[in-house]
Design a protein. Sequence first.
Length: 113
Amino acid sequence: MSDTIFSKIIAREIPADIVYEDDVCLAFRDIAPKAPVHVLLIPKQPLTTLGEAISRDAAMLGHLMLKAGEIARQEGCGDAFRVVVNNGRGAGQEVFHLHLHILGGRELGWPPG
């Protein structure tokens, strides 16, 4: 996988408004938010897309999902938030480093897009 803006954020080559970090992942505020709360959660070990995940990625993916809920609550969303993963260009993925969008802070309609 080539360097992405996310790998540069992990390496602290590009600044970001970081809201959470541990050994596995990093979360920061989206620079173009689509809701009052819009945080991106990325694994430190790069994975291009969710569709490329394999069984050895299961623990990391589970960790991301658990942290997404914790971060949403930390950001004041309570139990009303959405987690979105865009997989591939056709689904709107722009940065090819797996990332979860944590959205909340307002009523979220359905269908999403």
